[in-house]
Design a protein around this ligand. Structure first.
Ligand code: SF4
Length: 537
């Protein structure tokens, strides 16, 4: 561990925006993957336990422009992550100068990577903490305030599994459950292993206790989260542990939907596929990163499977789970990628028939082995290949969506999935296979019968659009069936409690929250955003 007091640029003006007696507010700003979203739920829980109040929960008229504590939970995987961080910190500088009591903290992967550099470049930052010590944040804030010096604390490895920290969850009906942190692989484009460390697994009984506790609170959907979920168990010597965990989740009464992200193809075994197929509440969706269809590129990426093995896994999944929607991550323009290599990716994509893909243009990530590889591909070439890949995947995704026309889907209603819902008089949510569905309501539906976020609705698909399904069956006198669930009731209770629609902080149990919505089928991600799906495996 390194703890380095750094001379702090003392703010000029005295005083604070916070009125005497008013609670100090916080604002956690999250960048990056699901792992960070989940960590931010813990940061919020820690700050609330320490007496801070979420800025967003204050009525607009009483809300200061900037919270008393602003926390950046950063990502080092995204392109230009450092420029964006320093840009954001620069924007806060005037507020810091005007209000010396304002505290700024930087955590997450950029903090782990750049450490002291952050305080050198932005001396108005008060606290820098790493990925292994998010639990220290309140103490570091106190120490920085007391000492009037920035505090930088980075641990080299995880001491306590973060699941023991208090958590402020984002959703009443759906949540993350961390099963492992870190990764033992060494993919050459990835900075994660050096920032998150070796894989550490939580014990199954602790995971299941959290799952049951969540279900008791009204959660009906969980997503098991790990950098590499199907190597789960490696730390305690049980290679079948992940399949067993899925089956155990199947025994939890009231748990409607189980998802997981992300598995690594090299470790994807038949026992996991069988567990998925034989456990009714494990959803028929699989996000499995291919990254490249070229075996030469996979080798250069240090990905230990090959394309034929990947396709065999998909065959096996589809033979046992015929309706499985399979999604993936793809990187275009990895150093040394030839036109023949790229064609191999197109061939595998055509054969794999992914329901959607997160497609990324390779760009250099300092600190990764690939950053210094020869034969970096010119941007124009990468763009041209990227466009061809997107066009192919769009065609496949759309065909897959059209194949759902005339079939029924069960949708878990969500509050924020459909931007145009108000205009189109529809609600939105996710089908069992995780496809985005927009569906119409009966014209004469009383308000009391309206499905709530967290309820399950069965509707018929009337149109397969390129990036979603439209299910307006009720407008033609077809299926519209609502199943009110404890998830919907929990969501309702939160609205009535007026607690900013977030569950209360839970102490001592790991965090969960609303899984981030997926990008639309086949959509390309910003160049270089290597973790758009939030998955790395
Ligand atoms: S890409 Fe995934 S499997 Fe590879 S090193 Fe990164 S986290 Fe591990």
């Amino acid at each position: 561990m390194t703890t380095t007091p750094i001379p702090h640029a003392a703010p000029a003006a005295p005083g604070s925006d916070t009125q005497p007696g008013a609670p100090r507010t916080y604002d956690v700003r999250t960048h990056g993957c699901q792992m960070n979203v989940h960590d931010s739920e813990r940061l919020a829980g820690l700050l609330e336990t320490a007496g801070y109040v979420d800025l967003a929960t204050l009525p607009e008229t009483q809300r200061p422009e900037v919270a008393d504590v602003v926390v950046f939970n950063t990502c080092a995987v995204r392109e230009n992550a450092d420029n964006k961080l320093y840009g954001n910190l620069g924007q806060l500088r005037p507020a810091k100068l005007a209000n010396p009591d304002l505290q700024i903290a930087v955590g997450g992967c950029m903090a782990q990577k750049d450490r002291d550099t952050i305080v050198r470049k932005a001396p108005w930052v008060d606290v820098v903490f790493g990925t292994h010590n998010i639990g220290s944040l309140p103490a570091l804030l106190d120490r920085a305030r007391h000492n009037r010096k920035a505090q930088v604390e980075i641990l080299e490895s995880l001491e306590v599994f973060p699941s023991t920290l208090p958590t402020r969850r984002d959703s009443a009906y759906s949540g993350w459950v961390s099963i492992s942190v870190g990764c033992n692989n060494t993919c050459t484009f990835c900075i994660v292993p050096s920032l998150r460390g070796k894989e550490q697994d939580r014990r199954p009984e602790e995971i299941l206790a959290e799952v049951r506790a969540l279900v008791a609170q009204g959660v009906i959907e969980i997503t098991l989260l790990g950098q590499n979920v199907n190597t789960y168990g490696v730390e305690f010597g049980d290679r079948l542990a992940f399949g067993k965990l899925l089956r155990a989740c199947g025994e939890v009464e009231g748990l409607e939907r189980v998802r997981f992200t992300s598995p690594h193809p090299a470790a994807f075994t038949t026992d996991v596929i069988e567990a998925m197929a034989q456990t009714p509440n494990v959803m028929p969706s699989l996000h499995m990163p291919l990254q490249s269809g070229s075996d030469a590129v996979l080798k250069a990426m240090r990905r230990s499977y090959r394309s034929d093995r990947f396709l065999r896994i998909l065959d096996e999944v589809r033979s046992l789970i015929p309706d499985a929607a399979i999604t993936t991550d793809l990187i275009v323009g990895f150093p040394g990628e030839t036109e023949a290599d790229f064609q191999a990716t197109l061939d595998v994509v055509a054969a794999a028939r992914f329901s959607s893909a997160f497609t990324f243009q390779y760009s250099i990530r300092p600190g990764t082995p690939a950053a210094t590889m020869p034969d970096q591909i010119p941007k124009a070439v990468v763009q041209e290949r990227f466009d061809r890949l997107i066009a192919l995947q769009e065609e496949i995704s759309w065909a897959g969506h059209r194949a759902w026309e005339g079939r029924e889907v069960e949708v878990l209603v969500a509050p924020f999935e459909g931007r145009k819902d108000a205009q189109t008089s529809r609600l939105s949510g996710r089908a069992r296979d995780n496809r985005l569905v927009h569906f119409a309501l009966p014209a004469d539906l009383p308000d009391a019968d309206r499905p709530r976020p967290g309820d399950l609705v069965t509707v018929g698909v009337t149109y397969g659009a390129p990036h979603h399904l439209v299910a307006d069956s009720v407008r033609a006198g077809g299926t519209f069936a609502v199943r009110r669930t404890p998830g919907g009731a929990a969501w309702s209770a939160l609205q009535e409690s007026g607690s900013a629609a977030k569950p209360a902080v839970s102490l001592g149990m790991p965090s969960i929250g609303r899984p981030v919505g997926r990008e639309a089928a086949g959509r390309g991600a910003a160049p270089g955003s290597l973790s758009g799906a939030g998955s790395c495996a």
